[in-house]
Design a protein around this ligand. Sequence first.
Ligand SMILES: [Zn+2]
Length: 82
Amino acid sequence: MPELTREKISLGEMRASGVRGLLIYCSDFQCSHWTTISADQWPDEVRLSDTEPRFTCQACGQRGADVRPNFGLGVRSTVPLG
Ligand SMILES: [Zn+2]
Protein backbone atom coordinates (compact mmCIF):
# COMPACT_ATOMS: atom_id res chain seq x y z
CA MET A 1 0.00 0.00 0.00
CA PRO A 2 2.50 2.63 -1.10
CA GLU A 3 -0.11 5.38 -1.34
CA LEU A 4 -0.57 5.43 2.41
CA THR A 5 3.04 6.32 3.00
CA ARG A 6 2.38 9.72 1.47
CA GLU A 7 0.61 12.36 3.51
CA LYS A 8 -1.56 13.93 0.82
CA ILE A 9 -4.14 11.17 0.81
CA SER A 10 -7.73 11.82 1.78
CA LEU A 11 -9.42 10.27 4.77
CA GLY A 12 -11.73 8.44 2.37
CA GLU A 13 -8.75 6.78 0.70
CA MET A 14 -7.31 5.93 4.07
CA ARG A 15 -10.57 4.41 5.32
CA ALA A 16 -10.95 2.48 2.07
CA SER A 17 -7.72 0.73 3.03
CA GLY A 18 -9.14 -0.22 6.40
CA VAL A 19 -7.38 2.42 8.48
CA ARG A 20 -9.71 4.35 10.79
CA GLY A 21 -7.36 6.14 13.12
CA LEU A 22 -4.77 8.89 12.93
CA LEU A 23 -1.40 9.34 14.59
CA ILE A 24 -0.85 12.97 15.59
CA TYR A 25 2.74 14.03 16.13
CA CYS A 26 3.80 17.37 17.58
CA SER A 27 5.37 19.47 14.83
CA ASP A 28 8.16 20.42 17.23
CA PHE A 29 10.62 17.57 16.91
CA GLN A 30 12.21 18.49 20.23
CA CYS A 31 8.89 17.89 21.96
CA SER A 32 8.01 14.68 20.11
CA HIS A 33 4.68 14.39 21.91
CA TRP A 34 2.17 12.26 20.05
CA THR A 35 -1.31 10.86 20.41
CA THR A 36 -3.86 8.81 18.51
CA ILE A 37 -7.39 9.81 17.53
CA SER A 38 -10.23 8.47 15.44
CA ALA A 39 -10.61 9.96 11.96
CA ASP A 40 -14.37 9.42 12.01
CA GLN A 41 -15.08 13.08 12.80
CA TRP A 42 -14.00 14.23 9.32
CA PRO A 43 -15.64 13.51 5.94
CA ASP A 44 -13.97 11.43 3.25
CA GLU A 45 -12.84 14.38 1.10
CA VAL A 46 -10.66 15.86 3.85
CA ARG A 47 -6.98 15.18 3.34
CA LEU A 48 -4.69 14.29 6.21
CA SER A 49 -2.66 17.43 5.52
CA ASP A 50 -5.85 19.52 5.83
CA THR A 51 -6.27 18.45 9.46
CA GLU A 52 -2.71 19.27 10.52
CA PRO A 53 -3.21 23.00 11.32
CA ARG A 54 -6.18 22.16 13.56
CA PHE A 55 -4.13 20.52 16.27
CA THR A 56 -2.38 22.11 19.22
CA CYS A 57 0.13 20.04 21.16
CA GLN A 58 -1.13 19.25 24.65
CA ALA A 59 2.41 18.98 25.96
CA CYS A 60 4.11 22.14 24.67
CA GLY A 61 1.33 24.22 23.06
CA GLN A 62 2.84 24.11 19.56
CA ARG A 63 0.26 24.81 16.87
CA GLY A 64 0.07 22.40 13.97
CA ALA A 65 0.95 18.74 13.83
CA ASP A 66 2.22 15.94 11.65
CA VAL A 67 -0.72 13.66 10.84
CA ARG A 68 -0.24 10.08 9.60
CA PRO A 69 -2.45 7.02 9.16
CA ASN A 70 -2.55 4.80 12.22
CA PHE A 71 -2.15 1.37 10.70
CA GLY A 72 -2.33 -0.29 14.09
CA LEU A 73 -5.81 0.98 14.92
CA GLY A 74 -8.58 -1.32 13.79
CA VAL A 75 -12.20 -0.43 13.22
CA ARG A 76 -13.51 -1.84 16.47
CA SER A 77 -11.03 -0.03 18.71
CA THR A 78 -12.39 3.34 17.51
CA VAL A 79 -15.80 2.66 19.03
CA PRO A 80 -16.25 4.90 22.10
CA LEU A 81 -16.70 3.17 25.42
CA GLY A 82 -20.17 3.36 26.89
ZN1 LIG B 1 4.69 19.45 21.60
